[in-house]
Design a protein around this ligand. Structure first.
Ligand SMILES: Nc1ncnc2c1ncn2[C@@H]1O[C@H](COP(=O)(O)OP(=O)(O)OP(=O)(O)O)[C@@H](O)[C@H]1O
Ligand SMILES: [Mg+2]
Length: 272
């Protein structure tokens, strides 16, 4: 069996005295979508920031193709083929589609013609890349990104990552702010990226979105992997319960802690 494209082994992360991630072991396979589920504050964003070189693990190992690596910066992650699309698509509203497509692509990396920005060529390449993903409503690279819908912006960011050779695509809640139709569009593009052999890490709060694209699921509860399973192994109800179960456990504990703090350390009496 080939090694996973990206793996975390026993990763811990603390910010000063605050332990945010505990002993995370996860594998991301080519041609598969890994859904990261979990309530607010569970540690999902922190985990993907470790995968994308924004944060360093306090301990534990990151592997790429089975080889331990360091990802000291977002650039190092990008050079290893890891692309992260943030919630609002990582695009710039006042830039044209063509220009935003090539932002941050260093001319020294084989993009000679772009040392002097070639508007027409940039537009042609950007529009083609986006249309190849089935977004046929985009046909003019001069249009401003700010005029695109949320789903189109997400799609543009994903097409861009794929065009520049990403092998791992990390999406932090790409469907959170979208209506049903737009979200469906983004889910379709996630499936297309997967068909092209990319590994996708997909964060969502919506169980239906996760089930529509996920091959592999990991549920984080307070910084630990509480469940790790594959498509078909759990029903929608079970997944929802797992997510909600973590949340209600967390709030119950906070309630008990609050009670104890104001009652000389005594736990609340049992209710019947
Ligand atoms: N730089 C930081 N310093 C201290 N604590 C942090 C830092 N970043 C995150 N945390 C804490 O780590 C925990 C996990 O945060 P994180 O943003 O990873 O959660 P999340 O699962 O992405 O939540 P959400 O679903 O709300 O986006 C939170 O309690 C948060 O306050
Ligand atoms: Mg988050």
């Amino acid at each position: 069996m080939t090694a996973p494209i990206l793996a975390l082994r026993g990763v811990n992360k603390s910010f000063g005295p605050i332990d945010v991630l505990h002993d995370i072991t996860l594998e991301v396979q080519a041609g598969q979508v890994l859904c990261l589920l979990g309530d607010n504050g569970a540690g999902k964003s922190t985990l993907i920031k470790i995968m994308s070189g924004v944060h360093q693990p306090t301990s534990g190992v990151i592997e790429i193709d089975g080889v331990p690596v360091g990802l000291p910066t977002p650039r190092a992650a990008a050079e290893n083929g890891i692309a992260t699309v943030h919630q609002f698509g990582g695009t710039f509203p006042l830039m044209s589609i063509g220009r935003s497509f090539f932002v941050g692509v260093e001319p020294t990396k084989g993009w000679g013609p772009f040392k002097i920005y070639d508007r027409k060529r940039a537009n042609d390449i950007a529009v083609k890349a986006v249309r190849d993903f089935g977004i046929t409503r985009i046909d003019d690279g001069d249009r401003l990104v700010g005029g695109l819908s949320g789903g189109e912006r997400q799609s543009l960011a994903i097409a861009r990552a794929v065009h520049f050779g990403a092998r791992v695509l990390i999406l932090d809640e790409p469907t959170a702010a979208l209506g049903v139709k737009q979200a469906t569009h983004v889910l379709r593009i996630v499936n297309e990226a997967k068909k092209r052999g990319l590994a996708v890490v997909f964060i969502t709060h919506q169980v239906m979105h996760a089930m529509a694209v996920g091959d592999h699921f990991a549920v984080l509860i307070r910084g630990a992997v509480a469940a790790d399973f594959h498509k078909g192994e759990k029903s929608r109800e079970e997944i929802t319960d797992l997510m909600a179960g973590g949340a209600s456990m967390a709030s119950l504990e906070a309630e008990i802690e609050g009670y104890m703090a104001s009652h000389d350390g005594h736990p609340p009496p049992p209710t019947h």
